[in-house]
Design a binder for this molecule. Structure first.
Ligand code: JCF
Length: 695
């Protein structure tokens, strides 16, 4: 059958477009169309090829998947061996490397091509006449496994080289060297899927990539999204491959559309190498893929040749490794720690182990379910991970090393600090101490939260002070803060009278607050800042909030059954009510209003002037901060928006008001100055107080 020219043309266009999008997505990390659009193009091509199978060519993007499973991998001999790199861990080792290089070359300073060291699997891709023919794992460096079919499923690997300026002269033969890896985001996604299918999760992206690349059925590989990053060229014949600098070889690979590290650079001297290493370590967590160090290569290829090789590693390159983020050690015991809302967290007590650059003796086990999922027992040999500033965690157990005396961990039925009953609610992963503010551990956390900046904002009441105040039985509850005198503080010894005075001053100052801040400061489980604001706006007064049952609470916009229940339970607790009473008696105060709940009922009578009104604040106010103004408006049922529109009711303009002011004038919206706002607030409040029933 003769195929019409326009179909041929369409197929070619689709293939070009799809490969372009593959490149944009995988190599440049800058997709230009949504995934759904890409899928449409792909589907159209698949349909055309189904209809006209004679159009199918091996380099069609649809042919990346689709080969039958293999029985075993065959072997491929690398034309040029795949070397390993010598390692350096310390600055002194990097200095020594640079010194040796300079001495051998007889020069004062050496230029290095530098890049992050990818934590993946090394592979070699063979191109003949610009077409991807075979690909192999590193194997023993001389002979690897033929994983061509799996590599073809990796969309960042060009099937056909087509670079501007080079395409006419693709090398007759070329081995492209690089690493196959799984992006962190794809790894998280894969493990989520594994969890849902009740299948084993992968320990890290590297293992996931290795497992995926070595699938005998390429269909399996295709379902796991892998990425390729090139780092060099092996054997090569013909073409116009740069022969002077490694950095230019990398530019050449990039021009052939191979993904290469964006962070690659050229620097001179050992100091610059170490500086680069620090920069990359700083960047590490934010990179989309795992790295385990940096690679330094003498940039000049003639100098590389002069330096040559020792055994199987080049003398012209070195891998500067980060301290390992995972280490294996022994799990000596499991302690249980208590958090602010009573969360009991099992913490592994470990035989000290050096990991991520520090000695670690504790690591979190998260919760009971995680312990079961990983099948952790006391006495086990475990892998511990410490990445960046994240809390170290136990990631896996080496079950084959489990001793016969290994002990099963059972979550305690009582809080280890206060002895109150510990419960695990249905559907929740965490076990909680029910001791509430009677529990010293919860009490400390609760007081710290109460004093924190976004709550009561008490300067100077930090971790150490609270620890001392509670341990010495000077305070028990947040309310006790308001009974503190300078003498009591001074007895702690660590504080000069002046700073004790400052702390007392800050405590006194915090007495003037808002209802929203106060509700947030109480530290009710599931009640963050936003929910606290919603509650304050809706109820307008603390008593009304305290009297509300779970059903009433669900009437508040955005509050569901779970949050409603935790609020109701909090206020049902006599101890909590007592502390609130003491806080009020101690002088903590805020402005109250009818709230939107009341306002709704009152609005027909025109009593609430702010409920449902939208304000925009602009410029600098003299007596109020913007945050104060917002809180006051919200306390009376108003809303504060960020930009002026037709729906804006008032624009509050301070000094230096800019475009928002002009926009308000344009739209004919009411403009208030600060005095006008205060007047409006006062009027609205007065009106409500005189008519509100529950105050
Ligand atoms: O992971 C890398 N970025 C990397 C690994 C870079 C290189 O230039 C390498 C490598 C492994 C071996 N060069 C060799 C010879």
């Amino acid at each position: 059958m003769r195929i019409a020219d326009d179909i041929w043309h369409r197929v070619r266009k689709l293939r070009e477009a799809i490969e372009q999008h593959n490149y944009n997505y995988y190599a440049l990390d800058a997709p230009t169309i949504p995934d759904a659009e890409y899928d449409k193009l792909f589907q159209e091509l698949q349909e055309l090829e189904q209809h006209y199978p004679q159009l199918i060519t091996p380099d069609s993007p649809t042919q990346r998947i689709g080969a039958a499973p293999l029985k075993a991998f065959s072997q491929i001999v690398h034309r040029m061996p795949m070397l390993s790199l010598g390692n350096a861990f310390k600055a002194a080792e990097v200095d020594a490397f640079d010194r040796r290089v300079r001495q051998t070359l007889g020069v004062d300073s050496v230029e290095y091509a530098v890049e992050p060291k990818f934590d993946g699997l090394a592979v070699s891709l063979c191109y003949e006449g610009g077409i991807f023919i075979t690909g192999a794992t590193r194997g023993d460096g001389y002979i690897g496994e033929d994983v061509t079919l799996n590599l073809r499923t990796i969309r960042s690997i060009p099937l056909q080289l087509q670079a501007d300026g080079y395409s006419a002269r693709s090398p007759v033969f070329m081995e492209v060297r690089g690493e196959v890896l799984m992006l962190k985001a794809d790894f998280e996604k894969l493990n989520r899927q594994q969890r849902e299918k009740n299948e084993k999760e992968f320990i890290n992206p590297r293992n996931a990539a290795a497992g995926s690349l070595r699938q005998l059925d390429p269909g399996n590989t295709a379902t796991r999204r892998l990425t390729f990053l090139a780092y060099g060229i092996g054997a090569c014949e013909g073409g116009n491959v740069p022969r002077d600098k490694h950095s230019r070889v990398m530019d050449y690979l990039a021009s052939l559309r191979f993904p290469v590290a964006r962070e690659r650079n050229v620097v001179s001297g050992a100091t610059a190498l170490l500086e680069y290493h620090r920069e990359i370590e700083e960047l590490r967590e934010r990179l989309p893929y795992d790295i385990d160090g940096t690679v330094y290569k003498v940039n000049d290829l003639a100098q590389q040749e002069k330096l040559g090789f020792v055994s199987r590693a080049p003398r012209f390159a070195v891998a500067h490794k980060f301290p390992a983020q995972e280490a294996v050690t022994e799990l000596l015991g499991i302690d249980v720690q208590v958090g602010r809302t009573g969360t009991l967290t099992p913490v592994a007590r470990l035989k000290p182990v050096f990991v991520g650059g520090v000695t670690v003796t504790n690591a979190t086990l998260h919760n009971e379910d995680e312990i079961r999922r990983k099948d952790v027992m006391i006495g086990d040999t475990v892998a511990v991970r410490r990445a960046g500033d994240v809390i170290p965690e136990v990631v896996a157990v080496q079950k084959e090393k489990r001793p016969p005396h290994a002990k099963f961990f059972i979550m305690p039925e009582h809080c280890p600090v206060c002895g109150a009953k510990a419960v695990r609610l249905p559907g929740e992963a965490v076990t909680r101490c029910t001791g509430g503010l009677f529990c010293p551990a919860q009490r400390k956390q609760a007081i710290l939260h109460f004093a924190s900046r976004r709550a009561m904002n008490i300067d100077g009441v930090g971790h150490k002070l609270v620890e001392q105040l509670v341990d010495n039985a000077i305070i028990r509850t947040p309310a006790d803060l308001y009974k503190l005198g300078i003498t009591a503080l001074a007895t702690l010894g660590r504080m000069a009278e002046k700073s004790a005075g400052n702390v007392i001053g800050a405590i006194q100052k915090s007495k003037n607050t808002t209802l929203a801040r106060f509700i947030y400061a109480l530290g009710i489980r599931n009640v963050g800042e936003t929910t606290a604001k919603d509650l304050a706006r809706y109820f307008g007064a603390l008593d009304r909030l305290m009297e509300a049952d779970a059903e009433d609470l669900q009437q508040v916009p955005d509050i569901g059954p779970v949050v409603a229940q935790s609020i109701a339970s909090f206020f049902a607790e006599g101890h909590n009510r007592e502390v609130i009473e003491q806080l009020r008696a101690g002088g903590v105060r805020w402005e109250e209003g009818a709230g939107t709940q009341q306002a709704k009922a009152d609005s027909s009578a025109g009593l609430s002037r702010l409920s449902g009104k939208t304000f925009v604040l602009t410029g600098t106010l003299m007596n109020l901060t913007r945050e104060d103004a917002r809180e006051k408006i919200e306390a009376l049922g108003g809303k504060v928006a960020g930009s002026v529109s037709k729906r804006t009711d008032y624009v509050v303009a301070g000094t230096d008001a800019g475009s928002k002011y002009h926009r308000a004038v344009e739209l004919g919206i009411a403009i208030l100055d600060e005095a006008g706002l205060l007047q409006l607030l006062q009027d609205s409040q007065g009106g409500l107080h005189s008519t509100s029933r529950n105050l």
